[in-house]
Ligand binder design. Structure first.
Ligand code: ATP
Length: 480
């Protein structure tokens, strides 16, 4: 259990084995556990055309809980279902179904509440552990604000916004999740159980009395949590409030809110984001309420273009190889390897419908467009397999930069969707030939990484490769 979470021990049952059937789903692997639930990946027992190939099952056991606790779990599940039904949005994890598990052979699971959700690739916490560039951070925060703006417009307060609850889709998109404490506003307030995560609670929360319906919350509570998250995004996960423990950091929040200490942010937080975070972290509700998720989005949209190479992206080496770059479909700084040899151009194809054809690489990050120094911060990755999540493990060692010309052999219209920093999405990929002594190999460039649209033949559908061992023909052996 996360030490920052104030919750109860629920006497968690043994992990479910692979192959265990839950309703219409078969468990494939555990993903993680929170204070009151365990989340598993699962596939459909009977795959249906157009249905999801993979989902996440959030299993909340109720057996063995005191009646009050069991009721709290049921209410949390009901809140998630209610929000999922009434406020669905691309920036919120999609709820597909909910059920109660009948498991007479296992009393610890019998009666567990199961939420069936779209599966994400990981959480913001994992990205923060790896470190993000300013452009990546900007895109992530924009996505979080979009999710919050939608929630608030729909009349809900999340109340537990934190990196663990900000998921990253397989296409790199941001999706808010975990609505167990979310509350629907009645007027200006909602009420939530007296639980949450200390590091993200606004100062006024400690002063709110606990009534019959829980504690009062307002959307400004989410804006406070957003301020903490903005700081964390650019400061490698560090809180702006000093202290070795959540309790110490909460004491630092109190000192700041009472005017006894200034707000001190990490120098790694770029000026624009520092200002935004400071507004989100206005100590009182009234001052903070002036900064709605909607107004923050407007400010983000009209911010000055960042200068290249700034931000915490420069702080490489903190496990960069983990998940980050390619997951976001941006500059990947993990894989080692030399620069790609350029396609010499000329008459080597490009005729209608016949490969190969030259393709010029486009990097949507403006600060990277005019550069000739081939800085790794501005490099882009080519995928091993266009059908697998575009993550660091699915990238060839060769790097490419804005303006490079590659040799494209064919065009795959229906690979995994990729979103770039300007929110352009495409499922189209180009198969790229990489010249090598002893025989060319291939890799894949997502169409959002080029403005060119040459007439190329359709690629044969590649055979999906195993996650860590690319199959021959679609990958480059030895890539990380
Ligand atoms: N739809 C999903 N797809 C992929 N991973 C998910 C999904 N939902 C949750 N997870 C991951 O599963 C883990 C457990 O999630 P859960 O919501 O139960 O707990 P938590 O948010 O970590 O903690 P708590 O709910 O106690 O605050 C987290 O690491 C979370 O990132």
């Amino acid at each position: 259990m996360d030490e920052r979470t104030v919750t109860w021990e629920s006497g968690r049952p043994e992990p479910l084995p692979e192959g265990y059937r839950v309703g219409d789903w078969i468990v494939t692997e555990p993903i993680g556990s929170g204070g009151w639930a365990t989340v598993y990946a699962a596939r459909p027992a009977e795959p249906a055309e157009g249905g999801p190939e993979e989902v996440a099952l959030k299993i909340m056991p109720t057996a063995g809980l005191a009646p009050r606790q069991a009721r709290d779990v049921a209410e949390a599940a009901a809140r998630e279902v209610g929000l999922g039904r009434r406020a669905a949005h691309p920036r919120l994890v999609r709820l597909l179904d909910s059920l109660v598990l009948g498991a007479s052979e296992d009393p610890s699971l019998d009666g567990a509440i199961v939420l069936v959700m779209e599966r994400a690739a990981g959480s913001l916490r994992e990205l923060l552990d790896a470190g993000v560039t300013e452009a990546e951070g900007a895109r992530l925060i924009t996505g979080i604000c979009e999710g919050l703006a939608h929630l608030h417009r729909a009349g809900w307060v999340h109340t537990d916004l934190k990196p663990e609850n900000i998921l990253i889709g397989r296409d790199g998109s941001v999706k808010l999740s975990d609505f167990g404490f979310a509350t629907e506003l009645s007027g200006t307030h909602g009420y939530t159980p007296p639980m949450g995560t200390l590091d993200y609670l606004p100062p006024e929360r400690g002063r709110e009395p606990l009534g019959e319906r829980g504690v009062r919350v307002r959307p400004s509570a989410d804006v406070w949590a957003l301020g903490i998250v903005i700081h964390e995004v650019f400061a490698s996960g560090a809180s702006p409030f000093p202290g070795a423990t959540p309790a110490a950091r909460t004491a630092a929040v109190r000192e700041y809110a009472e005017g006894r200490a200034p707000l001190r942010m990490d120098h790694a937080v770029p000026a624009f984001w520092r200002e935004l975070a400071a507004d989100c972290l206005a100590p009182g509700h009234e001052a903070r309420a002036a900064h709605t998720a909607e107004s923050l989005l407007d400010r983000i949209a009209s911010r000055p273009a960042p200068r290249a190479g700034r931000g915490r992206g420069a702080r490489a080496g903190r496990g960069r190889s983990r998940l980050l770059g390619a997951l976001l479909a941006v500059a990947v700084c993990a894989a080692a390897g030399g620069a790609l040899r350029w396609y010499a151009g000329g008459g080597a194809g490009g005729r209608d419908g016949e490969g190969p054809a030259p393709l010029r690489v486009f990097n949507a990050e403006r600060g990277c467009q005019g550069r000739t120094d081939r800085d790794r911060q501005c490099s882009l990755g080519l995928a091993i397999d266009p059908l697998r999540p575009y993550t660091a493990r699915n990238v060839v060692p060769d790097r490419v930069w804005h303006g490079d010309v590659l040799e494209a052999e064919c065009r795959l219209p229906d690979g995994l969707p990729v979103i770039d920093e300007e929110d352009r999405t495409s499922t189209v990929w180009f198969r790229i030939r990489l010249p090598r002594e002893g025989g060319d190999v291939t890799a894949w460039l997502p169409a959002v990484r080029t403005k060119d649209r040459p007439a190329l033949p359709r690629c044969p559908h590649p055979t999906p490769s195993a996650p860590s061992a690319p199959s021959s023909g679609t990958g480059v052996p030895g890539s990380s």
